[in-house]
Write a protein that binds this ligand. Sequence first.
Ligand code: TRP
Length: 356
Amino acid sequence: MSVNSNKPCLLTGDTPTGRLHLGHWVGSIENRIALQESYDCYFLLANAHAFTTREDQPQAVRESTLDIALDYLSVGIEPEKSCIFIESEVPAIYELATWLSMLIPYPRLMRNPTIKDEIRDKKLGHHYSMGFLWYPILQVSDILSFKAELVPVGEDQIPHLELTREVARRFNQLYCGVSSHSKDEDSLEQGGVFPVVEWKLGRTNRLVGLGGPAENGQLLKMSKSFNNAIFLSDPPDIVQKKVMSMYTDPKRLRASDPGTVENNPLWIFHDAFNPDKGWVESMKEKYRNGEVGDVACKKKLVDLLVALLEPIQKRRAEYKRESGYVLRVLQRGAEKANQVAEKTLKEVKEKIHQIY
Ligand code: TRP
C-alpha cells in the first residue's frame, strides 16, 4: 500500500529533453491514464537526469520540464488524483540516493545495458560525467522514496528497475532482518522498508520513428534526438507534413509496385494507432499486391493521428491560457511528494542508525 493512501503506489517519470511524442503515448502514457484510478500515482519530471547530457543547456531543460508538465495535464493526468512534481523540488530523493549508493557495486552499474547503449548512441566516449553514472542510482531513489509497487515504462528502462529491485532486497535484508530466502511479495510483512517493484510495459514497447533505418539496417526508435518524432503537441498541418514524408518501402516507386509491409513504419503506425484491424489487414494485403498507394494509407493515418491528438491539444491550449496554472500544480505536487519522501527517508535513517 502507498505511504499515504490505501491504494498501491505507482510512480514513473520522464527526462525533460523535449516534449512528449507518440512513442511515449503507446509506451507508457496510455497505461498511466488507465491506472490513474486504481493507484496512488506519482509522475516525476527528472530534471537532474536531463543535466547528465545537457548540463550546457539549463534554460532548455527548464522549458522542457514545464512543457512536459503541460503535456501530462493535456493527456488527462488529473492533478486532483495524481501527484505531478519536479525531482529537484524533493531533496529527500537526493539524500536517500546517497545512502542507497553504498549498496550498489560500481561494476554492477557499468554492466547496465541501457547505460552502455546510451554511451554508444549519444557518442559519449570516455567523456561522460560522474553525474551520468549517478542517474540510475537517482532513479532507484525516485522509486524507493515513494515505495512504488508499479512503474509503467518502456523496455529500455528495465535494467534500472532490476537495479531498484536488487537495492530494495539488499536494504531489507541488511537493515531490516528480512531473510534472503523470503519471497519478494512478503518483504514488507517481514519488516522490510521497501516493496520489490514491478514494471509494466506499454502495448508497443518501442515505437519506430518516421525516418529510415540506421547504419545497421534497423529502424530507429522514435526520439527527439533522432529528429523522427510526432509530438503530442504537433498541430494537424505538421502531423500531415511529417506523415506524408515519412519513410516507407524504398523499393516501391508507384502504387502498382508490390510493397513490403514488414519493417515499414507506415504499417507499424497503422498497427499501433488504427483501431480498425479489419481495414489494416485488408489494406496490407492490397499494399503487398500493388493495389493501393502509399498516399492513401498515409492520409488515413493522418486522420487517425489528428483525431487522437485533437482533445489533447484542446486541453493543452486551455491549460496554457490559465497563467501560472502549471507552476501551481507543480508546487502542490512537490508539497505532497516532499511529505512522502521525507517520511521514507526518516524511516531509512532509523534503520541505518543515523539519526543523531
Ligand atoms: N530514466 C527515465 C527516462 O529517461 C525517466 C525516469 C526518471 C524514471 N526517474 C524515473 C522512470 C523513475 C521511471 C521511474 O525515461
